[in-house]
Design a protein around this ligand. Sequence first.
Ligand SMILES: [Zn+2]
Length: 473
Amino acid sequence: MRALVAGLAAGTLLLAGCTSGPDPRPTSDPSPTGRSGLDAALSRPVEDRVYPQVGDPGVDALHYDLDLTWTPATSTLDAVETLVLRATADADHVQLDLEHALAVSSVRVDGREVPASHDGKDLVVHTPVRADRRYTLVLRYAGSPEPVAAPTTRSDFSTLGWTTTRQGGVWTMQEPFGAYSWYAVNDQPSDKALYDFTISAPSPMVGVANGTLESRHDDGGTTVTRWHLDDPAASYLTTIAIGDFRETRDRSASGVPVTYWTPTDRPDLVARMRPVADQLGWIEDRLGPYPFPSLGVVVVDSRSGMETQTMITLGRTAYDTSPEVLVHEMVHQWYGDEVTPADWRDVWMSEGMAMYLQGLWQAQRDHAPARVLMARWARAEPLMRREYGPPADYDPESFGAGNVYYGPALMWDQLRRRLGDQRFWSIARAWPAAYADANASYADIAAFWSRRAGEDLRPVFDAWLLGKASPPT
Ligand SMILES: [Zn+2]
């Protein structure tokens, strides 16, 4: 997610090549039923320490196939969801998150109709499951989706998930949760899954989602699009947008196909997206090749920006469509999307590097030394830490505050100066590649950097991320 702008003046807070052997990749669980195509989505779900009420560690979702029909005239979503999951333990039920406004009419497990109860957002499917066995659930549901309350004090959003515009369009942003406002999901970061989407909406509306556009056709006044996401994603990184969008194609110097989906009533926004192709090269020079087959940006009616995987979702404000926000959300494709924190305590793992590279890019653009910007951030950061807590031990009601951005960015800057550019960037590149498509913990990242640097960096991580007071810079 993009940062709120901080530290424009001293103390001001404007809220609005590896040196060691390869690290072991997280091991996958064995697959007793085969279906090797879905093995890429095997996860080790945990109960989230910050938001334990969302998600269930008993479920390892592997693939969501979402067939979604949107009728703006009645604000109705009709859905058929096919979910392949692995049970992580023996149990007499499967628990998923789904907003109560969506009424489930039928649940089938491996072809057989089974009973389900739906209390609040907890959808409990009453079927016995065995540890490590895979099951295919087909759920039919319909209703008028509503966004859910966000656990944050940020000024740029207060709700999460499915959001309807005055024109009948739709967009979503859902960090740290809220995907359950539009599909039945294990809505927590430690469970990555593969996705296919089929979106039907009245023309000229068109549905946009993560991944690559497989097909688009007009079926008697209805636009039907199919999207395929080839790399597993956490639920907070999914996106759907439905509206009157113009598609513009572009390509990075490294050959990554890029698409911009901008509202047809804002033709000026296409030019604002054009820096993406060059910026992607600037980031690849530091973090290595872009980790996914394609990149897109969809501009919606929001006032924030979100690193939704392979299809960045941006608000249509001047700041949200600025080059620095584009860099920020692109860096997240490596830090956040390719490697994802296993637990919301570690959102700093994503935001720190996105903020740091955003800052370096801004300094270069402005022909200003990066240390001047870092000094400004260092003056603003202690106040954020005092107000919202240490970056890796923050107040759950203040999700996404400045503390998870600026302190961790300053930590990376300190480590770059300590290790030197060459060592620092080689480790910064190696980390997401070593944990590609997987999740990682605080202990994982601190140990990885220490091992690659050949020195124990854990005291640096602990001081910056868990300390009540800001370390000296
Ligand atoms: Zn961010």
